[in-house]
Ligand binder design. Structure first.
Ligand code: NAD
Ligand code: WQD
Length: 341
């Protein structure tokens, strides 16, 4: 297969590009590099000894996307990662998020529809279950109302995709609802490289470990959980990348006019303290931390029921928590400045 990967230079996109190449597929990436560096894809090429076709294109530019598609009339499917993802910023600047994520996706879909490229995998998020859903989250639950503009942009796109499929049954869509991806490729050559102060737990822990930050603030120790800190379903990014390859294979086998959501998680909740302790145990690096007030919008605990992905996609998250910690540290300690972007 030849696969168009939007946002392919980013954290999950670069790991997925690598797995696609390993699986024997060709990869065409479009990315505007607003939150990534071309270095990630150069390293994927080194690791696989294969080439990636790259275009610095913004998904809000329909003409540019159509130009790329015209040069590759043999593209069979799209994996759509390109989005802004900072939850806090999305609350402060919602229009930027709706413009980039929702308008960008509409523009991409119009170009794909014109070019008749209708197998589509979308990077969705567990956040679409909203704040009231019972745990574990299962795909048969109705979606809720995400608290952030970022989360709402993901839900809106899922709804747009559902309407698109109803109106144009040549489309086949898988919405992959990720839980908390962490870790890095075992080579230590590619990984997560956030700009500025990390919003997410794992890159923050890794930057404390490497000496870039003094200590971790744990947001809340008074939640109704075993140790009082929040619980999440952390999965290895390489497992997540495999999930995309499985979803593409699944789409190939479907009849037209399908739009299905799949949870991608391990099904096991872990607390912030468990993550911090496991990281120290695996790496022998102490992580100084202090308790800080709860972060606005954080839910006490959520995790996936991942049975549907297992049954229908033949996918499970196989890597261990130890792998997640070891690989995070391998990446961060070998690349203290990330890609140096
Ligand atoms: P990332 O920021 O590393 O990757 C996103 C990529 O999209 C970046 O390379 C960025 O430059 C690119 N991009 C953004 N806007 C663009 C635009 N207008 N045109 C072209 N390229 C653009 O983020 P990631 O963690 O790899 O996330 C990938 C996808 O997965 C996103 O859609 C994100 O919302 C979703 N997701 C991520 C997580 C997570 O915890 N990382 C969880 C659930 C869902
Ligand atoms: C995990 C836990 C924090 C940082 C977010 C998005 C979600 C999805 C994944 C895209 C929480 C705690 C964190 C820190 C801490 N992204 N924490 N100190 O919030 O579960 O999910 O990323 O779709 O939509 O909301 O992930 O990594 O930010 O936090 O104590 O410095 O770590 O309170 O309990 P989250 P996270």
């Amino acid at each position: 297969m030849k696969v168009l990967v939007t946002g392919g230079a980013g954290y999950i996109g670069s790991h997925t590009a690598l797995e696609l190449l390993h699986a024997g597929h060709e990869v065409v990436v479009i990315d505007n590099l607003c939150n990534s560096s071309l270095e990630s894809l150069k390293r994927v090429e080194l690791l696989t000894n294969k080439t990636i076709t790259f275009y610095q294109v913004d998904i809000r530019d329909g003409d540019e996307i159509s130009n790329v598609l015209a040069q590759h009339p043999d593209i069979n499917a799209t994996i759509h990662f390109a989005a802004l993802k900072a939850v806090g910023e999305s609350t402060q600047i919602p229009l930027k998020y709706y413009q980039n994520n929702v308008y960008g996706t509409l523009t991409l879909l119009e170009a794909l529809q014109k070019a008749k490229i209708t197998n589509f995998v979308f990077s969705s998020s567990a956040t679409v279950y909203g704040e009231e859903a019972p745990v574990p989250y299962v795909e048969t639950l109705k979606t809720g109302i995400p608290s952030s503009a970022y989360g709402k942009s993901k839900l809106m796109i899922e709804q747009i995709l559902s309407d698109l499929v109803k109106s144009d049954p040549s489309f086949k869509v898988a919405c992959l609802r990720y839980f908390n991806p962490i870790g890095a490729h075992e080579s230590g050559m590619i990984g997560e490289d956030p700009n500025g102060i990390p919003n997410n737990l794992m890159p923050f822990v890794a930057q404390v470990a490497v000496g870039k930050r003094d200590k971790l603030s744990i947001f809340g120790n008074d939640y109704p959980t075993n140790d009082g800190t929040c619980e999440r379903d952390y999965l290895h990014v390489v497992d997540l990348a495999h999930g995309h390859v499985k979803a593409l294979e699944w789409l190939e086998k479907q009849s037209n006019g399908i739009c299905e959501a799949f949870n991608l998680g391990t099904g096991n909740p872990l607390s912030v303290l468990e993550i911090v302790n496991e990281f120290s145990k695996v790496t022998n690096v102490n992580i100084p931390y202090e308790y800080a007030p709860q972060r606005e919008g954080d839910l006490p605990a959520f995790w996936a029921n991942a049975d549907k992905a297992k049954v229908e996609l033949n996918w499970t998250a196989d890597k261990s928590l130890e792998d997640m910690m070891k690989d995070t540290w391998h990446w961060q300690s070998s690349n203290p400045q990330g890609y140096g972007k």
